[in-house]
Design a protein around this ligand. Sequence first.
Ligand code: GTP
Ligand code: MG
Ligand code: ZN
Length: 298
Amino acid sequence: MSSDRTGKIIRVVGGFYYVWCREDAQVYQCRARGVFRKDSFKPVAGDDCSFRLTKARDVEGYVEQIAPRRNFLIRPPVANVDQALILFAFASPEPNCSLLDRFLIEMRRLQIPAVICFNKNDLADEAARFRLTESYRQSGCRVLTTSILNREGLEEIRELMEGRTTVLAGPSGVGKSSLTNFLCPEANMEVGQVSRKTERGKQTTRHAELFAAGGGTFFFDTPGFSSLELQGIGREDVKAYFPEFSEYEPRCRFQGCMHIHEPDCGVKSALEEGRISRERYDSYVQLVDEISAKKKSW
Ligand SMILES: Nc1nc2c(ncn2[C@@H]2O[C@H](COP(=O)(O)OP(=O)(O)OP(=O)(O)O)[C@@H](O)[C@H]2O)c(=O)[nH]1
Ligand SMILES: [Mg+2]
Ligand SMILES: [Zn+2]
Protein backbone atom coordinates (compact mmCIF):
# COMPACT_ATOMS: atom_id res chain seq x y z
CA MET A 1 0.00 0.00 0.00
CA SER A 2 1.26 3.48 -0.75
CA SER A 3 1.46 5.82 2.19
CA ASP A 4 2.24 9.42 2.83
CA ARG A 5 5.86 10.11 3.54
CA THR A 6 7.83 13.23 4.24
CA GLY A 7 11.14 14.29 2.84
CA LYS A 8 13.31 16.94 1.29
CA ILE A 9 13.77 17.61 -2.39
CA ILE A 10 17.47 17.19 -3.08
CA ARG A 11 17.55 17.81 -6.82
CA VAL A 12 15.24 18.82 -9.65
CA VAL A 13 16.16 17.46 -13.09
CA GLY A 14 14.17 16.95 -16.25
CA GLY A 15 10.75 17.18 -14.65
CA PHE A 16 11.69 14.79 -11.84
CA TYR A 17 11.98 15.66 -8.20
CA TYR A 18 14.43 13.53 -6.28
CA VAL A 19 13.21 13.29 -2.72
CA TRP A 20 15.25 12.17 0.25
CA CYS A 21 12.84 10.41 2.57
CA ARG A 22 12.99 11.22 6.27
CA GLU A 23 11.58 7.86 7.29
CA ASP A 24 14.07 5.56 5.56
CA ALA A 25 16.81 7.93 4.20
CA GLN A 26 16.29 6.57 0.66
CA VAL A 27 15.99 8.74 -2.42
CA TYR A 28 12.79 8.49 -4.48
CA GLN A 29 12.24 9.74 -7.99
CA CYS A 30 9.00 11.69 -8.00
CA ARG A 31 6.80 13.58 -10.37
CA ALA A 32 4.87 16.61 -9.20
CA ARG A 33 1.12 16.66 -8.90
CA GLY A 34 -0.63 18.65 -11.60
CA VAL A 35 -1.56 21.27 -9.06
CA PHE A 36 2.00 22.68 -9.09
CA ARG A 37 1.91 23.11 -12.84
CA LYS A 38 -1.42 24.90 -12.65
CA ASP A 39 -0.22 27.32 -9.99
CA SER A 40 3.08 27.77 -11.82
CA PHE A 41 4.71 27.03 -8.49
CA LYS A 42 8.10 25.46 -8.91
CA PRO A 43 9.42 23.23 -6.14
CA VAL A 44 13.19 23.59 -5.73
CA ALA A 45 16.01 21.73 -4.03
CA GLY A 46 15.68 22.20 -0.28
CA ASP A 47 11.90 22.18 -0.22
CA ASP A 48 10.33 20.06 2.48
CA CYS A 49 7.50 17.98 1.07
CA SER A 50 5.12 15.13 1.56
CA PHE A 51 5.00 12.48 -1.12
CA ARG A 52 3.25 9.27 -1.95
CA LEU A 53 4.74 6.19 -3.55
CA THR A 54 3.24 4.89 -6.75
CA LYS A 55 1.94 1.39 -6.24
CA ALA A 56 3.71 -0.36 -9.05
CA ARG A 57 7.26 0.75 -8.34
CA ASP A 58 8.50 1.40 -4.89
CA VAL A 59 11.25 3.78 -5.99
CA GLU A 60 8.89 6.25 -7.61
CA GLY A 61 6.29 8.59 -6.28
CA TYR A 62 4.37 11.82 -6.43
CA VAL A 63 5.17 15.00 -4.58
CA GLU A 64 1.92 15.99 -2.92
CA GLN A 65 2.60 19.11 -0.91
CA ILE A 66 5.38 21.57 -0.32
CA ALA A 67 5.79 22.98 3.19
CA PRO A 68 5.98 26.77 3.62
CA ARG A 69 9.53 27.98 2.94
CA ARG A 70 11.67 29.61 5.58
CA ASN A 71 13.51 31.43 2.81
CA PHE A 72 14.18 31.15 -0.87
CA LEU A 73 17.03 32.20 -3.14
CA ILE A 74 16.46 32.77 -6.82
CA ARG A 75 20.10 32.49 -7.81
CA PRO A 76 20.98 29.76 -7.06
CA PRO A 77 17.43 28.37 -6.76
CA VAL A 78 17.30 26.71 -3.34
CA ALA A 79 15.04 26.91 -0.30
CA ASN A 80 15.33 26.68 3.49
CA VAL A 81 18.94 27.53 4.14
CA ASP A 82 20.49 28.55 7.47
CA GLN A 83 23.51 30.26 5.96
CA ALA A 84 25.48 30.90 2.79
CA LEU A 85 29.12 30.07 2.26
CA ILE A 86 30.15 32.41 -0.50
CA LEU A 87 33.08 30.82 -2.23
CA PHE A 88 35.51 32.77 -4.41
CA ALA A 89 39.07 31.94 -5.44
CA PHE A 90 42.18 34.04 -4.83
CA ALA A 91 43.06 33.32 -8.44
CA SER A 92 41.98 31.21 -11.40
CA PRO A 93 39.37 32.64 -11.70
CA GLU A 94 40.40 36.09 -10.41
CA PRO A 95 37.94 37.35 -7.78
CA ASN A 96 35.26 39.67 -9.13
CA CYS A 97 34.66 42.00 -6.19
CA SER A 98 31.55 43.55 -7.66
CA LEU A 99 29.95 40.12 -7.92
CA LEU A 100 31.03 39.23 -4.41
CA ASP A 101 29.50 42.45 -3.06
CA ARG A 102 26.25 41.67 -4.87
CA PHE A 103 26.12 38.26 -3.21
CA LEU A 104 26.64 39.91 0.16
CA ILE A 105 23.89 42.45 -0.45
CA GLU A 106 21.49 39.78 -1.64
CA MET A 107 22.11 37.63 1.44
CA ARG A 108 21.68 40.62 3.76
CA ARG A 109 18.39 41.44 2.07
CA LEU A 110 17.17 37.89 2.54
CA GLN A 111 18.52 37.92 6.11
CA ILE A 112 20.64 34.87 5.42
CA PRO A 113 23.92 34.93 7.36
CA ALA A 114 26.87 34.84 4.98
CA VAL A 115 30.45 33.73 5.43
CA ILE A 116 33.03 34.45 2.74
CA CYS A 117 35.62 31.86 1.84
CA PHE A 118 38.52 32.51 -0.50
CA ASN A 119 39.75 29.21 -1.88
CA LYS A 120 42.94 28.31 -3.79
CA ASN A 121 45.23 30.02 -1.31
CA ASP A 122 47.98 27.91 -2.90
CA LEU A 123 47.75 30.17 -5.97
CA ALA A 124 48.32 33.57 -4.33
CA ASP A 125 51.18 35.09 -2.40
CA GLU A 126 50.75 36.21 1.15
CA ALA A 127 50.51 39.93 0.39
CA ALA A 128 47.69 39.43 -2.10
CA ARG A 129 45.84 37.15 0.29
CA PHE A 130 46.17 39.61 3.13
CA ARG A 131 44.90 42.49 1.02
CA LEU A 132 41.77 40.72 -0.10
CA THR A 133 40.86 39.15 3.22
CA GLU A 134 41.34 42.47 5.07
CA SER A 135 39.12 44.27 2.52
CA TYR A 136 36.33 41.83 3.16
CA ARG A 137 36.68 41.78 6.93
CA GLN A 138 35.52 45.41 6.63
CA SER A 139 32.25 44.15 5.22
CA GLY A 140 31.42 42.75 8.64
CA CYS A 141 31.40 39.17 7.36
CA ARG A 142 33.52 36.37 8.66
CA VAL A 143 36.26 35.59 6.12
CA LEU A 144 37.89 32.18 5.81
CA THR A 145 40.60 30.98 3.46
CA THR A 146 41.18 27.47 2.17
CA SER A 147 43.11 25.38 -0.24
CA ILE A 148 41.04 22.36 -1.07
CA LEU A 149 43.99 21.12 -3.10
CA ASN A 150 46.32 21.18 -0.08
CA ARG A 151 43.60 20.40 2.47
CA GLU A 152 44.09 23.72 4.27
CA GLY A 153 41.44 25.50 6.31
CA LEU A 154 38.90 22.76 5.86
CA GLU A 155 38.31 21.93 9.50
CA GLU A 156 36.98 25.43 10.07
CA ILE A 157 34.56 24.93 7.20
CA ARG A 158 33.37 21.65 8.65
CA GLU A 159 32.81 23.28 12.02
CA LEU A 160 30.94 26.18 10.50
CA MET A 161 28.61 23.84 8.68
CA GLU A 162 27.96 21.37 11.45
CA GLY A 163 24.27 20.82 12.16
CA ARG A 164 23.19 23.49 9.67
CA THR A 165 22.00 23.76 6.09
CA THR A 166 24.46 25.77 4.02
CA VAL A 167 24.31 26.86 0.43
CA LEU A 168 27.68 26.95 -1.37
CA ALA A 169 27.43 29.83 -3.80
CA GLY A 170 29.94 31.53 -6.06
CA PRO A 171 31.23 31.81 -9.61
CA SER A 172 32.14 28.87 -11.80
CA GLY A 173 35.51 27.24 -11.22
CA VAL A 174 36.13 28.37 -7.63
CA GLY A 175 35.87 24.89 -6.13
CA LYS A 176 32.30 24.38 -4.89
CA SER A 177 32.12 20.82 -6.18
CA SER A 178 35.67 20.10 -5.01
CA LEU A 179 34.55 21.15 -1.53
CA THR A 180 31.40 19.06 -1.88
CA ASN A 181 33.47 15.97 -2.66
CA PHE A 182 35.66 16.66 0.35
CA LEU A 183 32.71 17.08 2.73
CA CYS A 184 30.75 14.20 1.29
CA PRO A 185 32.99 11.80 -0.69
CA GLU A 186 30.06 9.71 -1.92
CA ALA A 187 28.73 12.84 -3.66
CA ASN A 188 31.15 12.17 -6.48
CA MET A 189 30.45 15.52 -8.13
CA GLU A 190 32.14 16.24 -11.40
CA VAL A 191 34.92 18.78 -11.05
CA GLY A 192 35.71 21.03 -14.00
CA GLN A 193 38.72 22.81 -15.36
CA VAL A 194 39.37 26.51 -15.44
CA SER A 195 39.97 27.60 -19.01
CA ARG A 196 43.51 28.77 -19.50
CA LYS A 197 42.49 31.29 -22.10
CA THR A 198 39.55 33.01 -20.42
CA GLU A 199 40.55 32.11 -16.85
CA ARG A 200 36.98 31.15 -16.21
CA GLY A 201 35.26 28.06 -14.94
CA LYS A 202 33.26 25.99 -17.39
CA GLN A 203 30.01 25.70 -15.49
CA THR A 204 30.49 22.05 -14.78
CA THR A 205 27.68 21.80 -12.24
CA ARG A 206 24.28 22.23 -13.85
CA HIS A 207 21.80 21.79 -10.99
CA ALA A 208 21.59 22.74 -7.37
CA GLU A 209 21.84 19.62 -5.27
CA LEU A 210 21.42 18.97 -1.59
CA PHE A 211 23.80 16.64 0.27
CA ALA A 212 23.65 15.21 3.77
CA ALA A 213 27.00 15.10 5.53
CA GLY A 214 25.63 13.38 8.66
CA GLY A 215 24.71 14.76 12.06
CA GLY A 216 22.03 17.06 10.68
CA THR A 217 24.51 18.80 8.37
CA PHE A 218 23.17 19.58 4.93
CA PHE A 219 24.62 21.65 2.14
CA PHE A 220 23.91 22.56 -1.44
CA ASP A 221 26.38 22.40 -4.28
CA THR A 222 25.14 24.84 -6.92
CA PRO A 223 26.00 25.94 -10.45
CA GLY A 224 28.36 28.90 -10.62
CA PHE A 225 27.28 32.11 -12.27
CA SER A 226 29.02 35.29 -13.29
CA SER A 227 26.45 38.05 -12.88
CA LEU A 228 23.78 38.97 -10.39
CA GLU A 229 21.37 41.79 -10.96
CA LEU A 230 20.11 43.46 -7.83
CA GLN A 231 16.46 44.32 -7.84
CA GLY A 232 14.24 46.43 -5.63
CA ILE A 233 17.08 48.51 -4.25
CA GLY A 234 17.38 52.29 -4.59
CA ARG A 235 20.66 54.14 -5.17
CA GLU A 236 20.47 55.71 -1.70
CA ASP A 237 20.10 52.28 -0.12
CA VAL A 238 23.39 50.90 -1.36
CA LYS A 239 25.63 52.52 1.25
CA ALA A 240 23.80 50.77 4.07
CA TYR A 241 25.36 47.56 2.76
CA PHE A 242 28.86 48.99 3.19
CA PRO A 243 29.04 49.18 6.99
CA GLU A 244 32.68 50.31 6.90
CA PHE A 245 31.51 53.71 5.54
CA SER A 246 29.39 54.63 8.55
CA GLU A 247 32.30 55.50 10.81
CA TYR A 248 33.37 58.25 8.36
CA GLU A 249 29.98 59.60 7.36
CA PRO A 250 29.78 62.14 10.18
CA ARG A 251 32.73 63.88 8.47
CA CYS A 252 30.83 64.41 5.22
CA ARG A 253 29.87 68.05 4.67
CA PHE A 254 26.47 67.21 3.18
CA GLN A 255 23.71 65.27 4.80
CA GLY A 256 22.74 62.32 2.63
CA CYS A 257 26.14 62.45 0.94
CA MET A 258 26.49 59.71 -1.68
CA HIS A 259 30.31 59.72 -1.30
CA ILE A 260 30.85 59.98 -5.03
CA HIS A 261 30.85 63.52 -6.43
CA GLU A 262 30.40 65.61 -3.28
CA PRO A 263 33.26 67.74 -1.91
CA ASP A 264 34.45 67.31 1.69
CA CYS A 265 33.39 63.73 1.90
CA GLY A 266 34.54 61.72 4.92
CA VAL A 267 34.29 58.43 3.08
CA LYS A 268 36.42 59.61 0.17
CA SER A 269 39.03 60.96 2.58
CA ALA A 270 39.09 57.60 4.36
CA LEU A 271 39.54 55.93 0.99
CA GLU A 272 42.50 58.19 0.18
CA GLU A 273 44.01 57.43 3.56
CA GLY A 274 43.71 53.73 2.81
CA ARG A 275 41.21 53.09 5.59
CA ILE A 276 38.51 51.89 3.23
CA SER A 277 39.20 49.24 0.63
CA ARG A 278 39.52 50.48 -2.95
CA GLU A 279 37.83 47.33 -4.29
CA ARG A 280 34.83 47.72 -2.02
CA TYR A 281 34.53 51.44 -2.76
CA ASP A 282 34.74 50.87 -6.52
CA SER A 283 32.04 48.27 -6.45
CA TYR A 284 29.89 50.62 -4.37
CA VAL A 285 30.21 53.28 -7.08
CA GLN A 286 29.51 50.73 -9.79
CA LEU A 287 26.35 49.58 -8.07
CA VAL A 288 25.06 53.12 -7.58
CA ASP A 289 25.79 53.95 -11.24
CA GLU A 290 24.06 50.83 -12.42
CA ILE A 291 20.93 51.53 -10.40
CA SER A 292 20.86 55.16 -11.58
CA ALA A 293 21.19 54.05 -15.21
CA LYS A 294 18.34 51.60 -14.85
CA LYS A 295 16.05 54.30 -13.42
CA LYS A 296 16.76 56.59 -16.36
CA SER A 297 15.91 53.94 -18.89
CA TRP A 298 12.40 53.57 -17.49
N1 GTP B 1 44.97 25.20 -7.23
C1 GTP B 1 43.80 24.84 -6.71
N2 GTP B 1 42.84 24.36 -7.52
C2 GTP B 1 41.66 24.03 -6.98
C3 GTP B 1 41.39 24.16 -5.59
N3 GTP B 1 40.13 23.77 -5.35
C4 GTP B 1 39.61 23.40 -6.56
N4 GTP B 1 40.53 23.54 -7.54
C5 GTP B 1 40.37 23.27 -8.99
O1 GTP B 1 39.49 24.22 -9.55
C6 GTP B 1 38.82 23.67 -10.67
C7 GTP B 1 37.31 23.92 -10.59
O2 GTP B 1 36.78 23.26 -9.45
P1 GTP B 1 35.24 22.88 -9.29
O3 GTP B 1 35.11 22.24 -7.95
O4 GTP B 1 34.75 22.12 -10.46
O5 GTP B 1 34.57 24.33 -9.30
P2 GTP B 1 33.00 24.72 -9.15
O6 GTP B 1 32.96 25.92 -8.28
O7 GTP B 1 32.23 23.53 -8.72
O8 GTP B 1 32.60 25.15 -10.65
P3 GTP B 1 31.14 25.08 -11.38
O9 GTP B 1 30.57 23.73 -11.13
O10 GTP B 1 31.46 25.32 -12.82
O11 GTP B 1 30.32 26.19 -10.79
C8 GTP B 1 39.18 22.18 -10.68
O12 GTP B 1 40.18 21.98 -11.64
C9 GTP B 1 39.71 21.94 -9.27
O13 GTP B 1 40.63 20.87 -9.21
C10 GTP B 1 42.45 24.66 -4.75
O14 GTP B 1 42.34 24.81 -3.54
N5 GTP B 1 43.61 25.00 -5.37
MG1 MG C 1 30.61 22.55 -9.57
ZN1 ZN D 1 30.44 61.42 1.82
